[in-house]
Design a protein around this ligand. Structure first.
Ligand code: NDP
Length: 237
């Protein structure tokens, strides 16, 4: 087994983030998370309650992580929210809050993590996007915009810091069996399943495996990519 790395996964107290945390823990890595509420997913995870939209909170969390686990070598920007609403009814607050968490939170963590990655001359940044970034989704103008922007972020990061041993990629899940999808009415869930070539939603661990690959030695030359985990829904986009 290789040396344990300091891995930060935002929003890892549940859902996809918790599955990603479990993967890295299984490989012996030191895992931390900045999350909103509740409990850290595992007693081995360094859980810091805070809001990724707040720069001071992010700074404080990184200092604590660096002191306890060492400089962050792998950042998975996973924290995300939805505030679905049809365009004409979407309020400024619904638009702004989704952009603030999904895009702004990712930016603040990436900016802070890149400091130590540049010093180390290695690092892995994985941004959790969504199939709807490229596919579109009615009622999700805010959410799909925020997720599409992560593609630009990963590609600009690749051009800016890619020569320093740092990769930046987007993993774009389709429908995953989590609280986010369980909240959909059953008939909407069935309708979505009918459009997915795989005919089912994915388990969170199926996303975690792809994230873990991108953070591992076999993906050192993969950067600026969007890797779909969507059962074929987006047909590679
Ligand atoms: P969950 O709602 O289960 O988990 C989201 C996590 O983000 C929670 O831990 C939540 O904490 C945390 N979080 C939200 N806002 C903040 C914040 N401001 N600061 C810190 N933490 C925050 O979502 P999923 O596991 O389903 O989704 C994880 C990621 O995957 C998201 O980015 C989502 O957009 C994306 N995704 C999910 C899909 C799905 O089908 N589930 C499909 C495509 C993409 P708390 O609960 O305490 O607020």
């Amino acid at each position: 087994m290789s040396e344990p790395r300091s891995v930060l996964i935002t929003g890892a107290n549940q859902g996809i983030g918790a599955a990603i945390a479990a993967r890295f823990l299984d490989q012996g890595d030191k895992v931390s998370t900045i999350y909103h509420s509740g409990q850290a997913p595992d007693e081995r995870v360094l859980g810091i309650v805070g809001d990724v939209t707040d720069t001071a909170t992010v700074e404080g969390a990184f200092k604590q992580i660096e002191a306890e686990n060492g400089p962050v070598e792998v950042l998975v920007a996973n924290a995300g929210i939805t505030r679905d609403q049809l365009l004409l009814r979407m309020t400024d607050a619904e638009f702004d809050s989704v952009l603030a968490v999904n895009l702004g939170g990712a930016f603040k963590c990436v900016r802070r993590a890149s400091k130590s990655m540049l010093r180390l001359k290695r690092g892995r940044i994985v941004l959790i996007g969504s199939v709807v970034a490229m596919y579109g989704s009615p009622g999700q103008v805010n959410y799909s915009s925020s997720k599409a922007a992560l593609v630009g972020m990963a590609r600009s990061l690749t051009r800016e810091i890619g020569s320093r041993g740092i990769t930046a990629n987007v993993v774009a899940p389709g429908f995953i069996d989590t609280a986010m999808t369980a909240a959909l009415p059953q008939e909407r869930q069935d309708a979505y399943k009918a459009t997915i070539p795989a005919g089912r939603f994915a388990q969170p661990d199926e996303v975690a495996g792809v994230v873990h690959f991108l953070a591992g030695p076999d993906a050192g030359y993969v950067s600026g990519a969007v890797i779909p985990v969507d059962g074929g829904l987006g047909m590679g986009h």
